[in-house]
Design a protein. Structure first.
Length: 421
């Protein structure tokens, strides 16, 4: 089995995991064996066959930027496996560990088989194809109010607001995925040479912005606005004359659109609260209680973390501050609470290194394709800090683990920039 075949399997895995629509599903407790998990199973089996049939018996993890992150992810998985002292729900524990293992497999596979920037671009296009499908489903839901992938017991609420959700089950998960699709579209707009391709990718980006707005996800709207502003400011400082003026006008337009979006959501908030019970718990106070509970959970576990998949149980049964939702709604806080201080520090180190290396490459390299790809990846990672607080939990989102694998593999594509480690 050659490396080209392995690349195709990796791209297929990325597409199926990003598509999110299950053609079949076998449930084992809280663990669902669907097409995305079978895609990962095929990838894992293919890796084993590739290792046995090649000259190398095992996948070699190099002592470089990419290798260090792979080692950390392996340590993270082993720690999650043995940290069972505070685990209460075995199925949730297994589901989270499986997701973490899939992230480890994806990272090792992508870092092994993606050896040039074009491989990363094809990977982004695999994400984008799934993103276009989700955009189409989102528009269909927004226009017609027909939700094909939402349970009947909650579909009425979506029909009233017309918030798009596609196959993600809720607006925030949908908006987070579309936020990633937006930046992938922007990368392809910036690096494409054909005008038709640029127009097509720009159309996908514009549609994605509207989908984020229509979803009502405040965190993703804010992340979109801030990251777009950072990107445009960079373009202004890197340009001069008429071209710089064009980007400056685009920055002003972005601010104007941000104000419009803010007014739109403010009006929507007033209307919804006028018709709803005034005693409804505010979302902001609920988020603060979730953060405080997470900190107390960390303290109660002596800084070791309460264990993979245990957040739901602890929020339902052991919360210091009563809450109506049982997800932390914060990717970074969930890692800290579930896996403890040492894993959290390692993760933040890896995350910072990814941002730093991408920005470093973008500022130093002359190749336009590499520059814009690295810049957008770096800005996307910054934006995700905001975007991640919208979802209840991102841990079981396999598409996100695939994206991290691609992002890590991409940073090893530029061997001439070892100072950026």
């Amino acid at each position: 089995m050659g490396s080209k075949t392995m690349k195709r399997i990796c791209w297929l895995c990325i597409f199926l995991c990003s598509l999110g629509i299950s053609f079949f599903s076998i449930r084992l407790g809280s663990i669902a064996l669907d097409n995305s998990k079978f895609a990962f199973l095929i990838l894992l089996i293919s890796i084993i066959i590739w290792c046995l049939s090649s000259k190398h018996a095992i996948l070699k993890i190099k002592r470089d930027f990419c290798g260090h992150i792979q080692i950390f992810m392996f340590i993270w998985f082993i720690y999650g496996l043995i940290n069972v002292f505070f685990v209460k729900e075995i199925y949730e524990y297994l589901a989270n560990l499986i997701a973490l293992f899939e992230g480890l497999v994806a990272t090792i596979a992508f870092c092994t088989f993606f050896d040039k920037l074009d491989d990363i671009i094809v990977s982004m296009k695999a994400f984008l194809i799934a993103g276009v499908i989700h955009n189409i489903i989102g528009w269909q839901e927004y226009i017609t109010g027909n939700y094909r992938f939402v349970n009947e017991d909650i579909v009425y609420a979506f029909r009233r607001t017309r918030n798009p959700v596609s196959s993600f089950g809720n607006c925030n998960d949908f908006a987070t995925f579309i936020f990633f699709v937006l930046f992938i579209s922007i990368i392809l707009v910036l690096i494409s040479k054909k005008k038709i391709a640029k127009i097509l990718y720009f159309g996908i980006a514009a549609s994605s912005v509207l989908m984020i707005v229509f979803s009502g996800s405040r965190a993703n709207m804010l992340a979109t606005f801030i990251t777009a502003f950072i990107l445009i400011v960079y373009m202004v400082f890197k340009s001069s004359g008429r071209k710089g003026l064009k980007y400056l006008l685009l920055a002003i337009l972005t601010i104007f659109l941000g104000i419009i979006i803010g007014l739109y959501n403010g009006l929507q908030y007033i209307i919804l609260n006028f018709f709803n019970d005034p005693g409804t718990v505010s979302s902001n106070s609920e988020r603060i209680k979730l953060i405080l509970n997470g900190i107390y959970f960390l303290k109660d576990s002596f800084g070791l973390g309460i264990g993979a998949g245990s957040v739901d149980y602890w929020l339902q049964n052991l919360a210091r501050y009563p809450v109506t939702v049982h997800k932390l709604h914060n990717w970074f806080l969930e890692i800290l609470t579930s896996y403890g201080i040492f894993i959290f520090v390692g993760y933040m180190w890896s995350y910072w290194k990814l941002i730093k290396r991408n920005i470093y490459i973008a500022c130093k390299i002359k190749n336009e394709k590499e520059k814009w790809t690295s810049l957008c990846f770096g800005i996307l990672l910054i934006g995700y800090v905001l975007s991640s607080i919208s979802d209840g939990s991102n841990f079981l989102h396999i598409w996100l683990w695939c994206f991290w694998g691609v992002a890590i593999a991409k940073c090893n594509i530029s061997p001439n920039f070892q100072k950026g480690k």
